[in-house]
Every structure is written in C-alpha cells, then in structure tokens.
Design a binder for this molecule. Structure first.
Ligand code: NAD
Ligand code: TDX
Length: 332
C-alpha cells in the first residue's frame, strides 16, 4: 500500500508515520508537508533513511503541487493530517487556517476524485461540535464551532461530507479529542507547561483553569487511524476518544507534582476569547467495530513528561525565533 500522509512533519502524523513503517514493512509512505512553523523534520530523524519513506516539501493549498504529487507517485490512500492547528493563533490571524484547512482539504478531495484514490481519511477534531456542558458529542451532533480554527476544520469536514454524498467518494471522517505525547509543538497546553517548568518559567493558565478536555495518548490515536485504514467503513464518520476527561488545573497540578514543583509556578492569565468550556466525544461506534484506547493516562502522561525532560535537543531550538514573536503577541 502506498499512503500519502499530508502534514507528516507535524506532531500526530510523524508519530503515525513511524508506527506505520514499523508495523508494515511492505507499505510505502509519502510525506507531503509545507514545513510551516509547526512542521519539523527532526520529528522523523530516526526514519529519514528508511527506503519506504519519502518526504516532499509542498503546500496542500497549492492545487498544482497536489496534482503533481498525485501524477508522480501512484498513491493508493490519502490521510489528511495537514492543518493549522492552534486555536490561539487562529484568534490572532485566521488567514492560514482558511487556506490550509479549507482550500487544502478541497484540493485533496478533488485529487481523490480525479485520480480515483481508494481511501481518504480526514483527521479532524471534536472542536467542530463546539462546547458541551453535559453528555458527549455523537458523530451526528451538529457543528457549532467557536474559533476560526474549529470553523476552518468544520468547513473542511463539511466539504468531505459533500464529496461522499455527491460523488460517492471513499472518504472517512474522524473527530478526535485532544492528543498529547512526544513531538507535540510546545505551544499546546501539555508540552508548553512541561517545557516552561523545565526552563524555570511559570505556566500561563487561562481563566479559572476549570475548562475540561478529553485526552488521548497520541499513539492510541495513531492506532485508531491504523484501525480505520484497514477496517473503517467508507462514507462513515467516527469519533475517537479515550473517555479520560481532565480540568486544565488538574493537568497543571499533575505536571507540577511530577516535576516536584508547587502552585506558585502557576500564573493566572486572561482567558482565551470564545474559550470552549468542555469537549467530550462518544466513541461507541469505533469501539463496537473493535478499537479501544489502550494507554493508561497516568502512565502515558508520566512517559510524556520524561520524554520532554530527556529530549531538550528537540524542543529547545523550537522555543526561539518565530516562537518568541508569537509569545510576545499572545501574552502582551
Ligand atoms: P501540528 O500543528 O503539529 O502539525 C501540522 C502539520 O501540518 C505541520 O507539519 C505543518 O507543517 C503541516 N502543514 C500545515 N499547513 C500545511 C499545508 N498548507 N500544506 C502541507 N502541510 C501543511 O498538528 P497536530 O496537532 O499533530 O494535528 C494534526 C491533525 O490532527 C490536524 O488536522 C488537527 O486538526 C487534528 N487534531 C489535532 C488534535 C490535537 O490535540 N493536536 C486533536 C484532534 C484533531
Ligand atoms: O497556555 C495555555 N494555557 C491554557 O490554560 C494554553 C496553550 C492552553 N490553555 C488551556 C486552553 C484549553 O482549555 O488548555 C486547554 C488546552 O489548550 P490547547 O492545548 O491549546 O488545546 P485546545 O484548545 O483544546 O485544542 C486542541 O485540541 C483539539 C488542539 O490544539 C487542536 O488542534 C485540536 O483540534
């Protein structure tokens, strides 16, 4: 099988590529990535010499680029991980989100149609459903996105839906809860807080810290995508969840405790605009098909903390340059 993974130099997709090449020695993976601030070839340093892996620098919002890859590479499956992904950046500057998450998705869907691709998996998020006080989002819950990020992802997902209904294309749409684990860009809650604490800085907790997220270890998400790649029903939508819900303050205290630090390291900062209160997905449909999350949260978060402690070669160079410009804007 020859898989085109878009956004393969990012957090989740690089973990997926590593897992896939290890598990299936006869599969080939093409990684098409624009290398934005979040794309980092260091995420794949250990596999860059693998004969079944090829990196192509390119933008999914550039139709000619996408068509060129499709013409040259004889792709069987596309997994679309590429996106602008950070809610706070979408609040400061939504432009790239519309380009990549909407136009980029559209270009890939056109390629699925034109080049008769066997399967397309859209990697999406629970954030498209908006915030929920009680209960869990189901696959057919209505979209109520509250940030330019989630609105751009929802738009891409709606295009996918329309290409299933109108053109009968072999598409699967996934909505996952929050990921955490190795190689996550240190702008997101968990890697930002771990690396700030290692650097003797404080951690900026938004509002009262009581917002709730459901958390899945990135390798469990990779397992879910692998499962859907082989057993998912075309034309279907699947939620991916772990059932593990945590308030931000709980996550913060857990990281502090693990690093032997106290609450004085928490800096309460202004709340995020339009901050969603809680996300939680009902993943019964995927579990009934035979997948379930395997990693224990307490073990996996400890493992994650250890990974950032042992791999400052990876995150220290990131926390400079453009990153600092962003933080000046974000916490001005
Ligand atoms: P990330 O921000 O770490 O990486 C995104 C990657 O996409 C980068 O390598 C970047 O260079 C690439 N990219 C961006 N624009 C591109 C373009 N126009 N063309 C080609 N490549 C481009 O992302 P992540 O956090 O690993 O998220 C991956 C996917 O999973 C996204 O689609 C995101 O919406 C979805 N998702 C993420 C989470 C989460 O908690 N991180 C949860 C649910 C869903
Ligand atoms: O500095 C911070 N302080 C803070 O309190 C940051 C960066 C976040 N937070 C809070 C905001 C959220 O309630 O922590 C929670 C998690 O924030 P993020 O890590 O930014 O994730 P979230 O907004 O939940 O979105 C994430 O999950 C869904 C990903 O970034 C998305 O790409 C994914 O679709």
């Amino acid at each position: 099988m020859k898989i085109l993974v878009t956004g393969g130099a990012g957090f989740a997709a690089s973990n997926f590529i590593r897992q896939t090449l290890k598990k299936y020695p006869d599969y080939k993976v093409i990684n098409l990535d624009k290398l934005t601030y979040a794309g980092n070839l260091n995420n794949l340093k250990d596999i860059e010499g693998n004969a079944n892996y090829k990196f192509i620098k390119g933008d999914i919002a550039d139709k000619r680029m996408v068509d060129k890859v499709m013409r040259n590479e004889n792709i069987d499956v596309i997994i679309n991980y590429a996106a602008e992904t950070h809610v706070d950046r979408s609040i400061l500057d939504p432009d790239a989100f519309i380009r990549t998450d909407v136009i980029g998705t559209y270009n890939l869907l056109e390629a699925v149609k034109e080049f008769k691709i066997g399967k397309y998996i859209q990697i999406s998020t629970d954030e498209v459903f908006g915030s929920i006080k009680r209960g869990k989002f189901k696959e057919d819950s209505s979209f109520k996105p509250n940030s330019p990020y989630s609105a751009s992802k929802a738009s891409g997902d709606l295009l996918c839906r329309s290409y299933i209904k109108t053109y009968d294309l072999p598409i699967i749409i996934t909505h996952s809860c929050n990921f955490y684990g190795p190689y996550q860009y240190p702008e997101k809650l968990i890697p930002l807080f771990i690396t700030n604490l290692i650097e003797n800085k404080k951690v900026p907790l938004y509002g009262d810290g009581k917002n709730v997220r459901e958390w899945i270890y990135v390798l469990d998400h990779c397992r879910a995508i692998d499962f859907l790649l082989h057993k998912g029903k075309l034309g279907e939508v699947y939620n991916i969840g772990s059932g593990v819900e945590k308030k931000n303050i709980e996550i913060t205290k857990l990281i502090l405790k693990e690093l032997g630090l106290g609450d004085e390291r928490i800096k309460k900062v202004k709340d995020r605009a339009g901050h969603d209160w809680r996300y939680a997905v009902d993943s019964t449909k995927l579990r009934k098909l035979g997948w379930s999350a395997e990693y224990d949260f307490d073990d996996a978060i400890r493992e994650t903390i250890r990974w950032y402690q042992n791999n400052d070669w990876w995150w220290k160079p990131i926390k400079s340059g453009e990153y600092l410009e962003y933080y000046k804007k974000q916490y001005k």
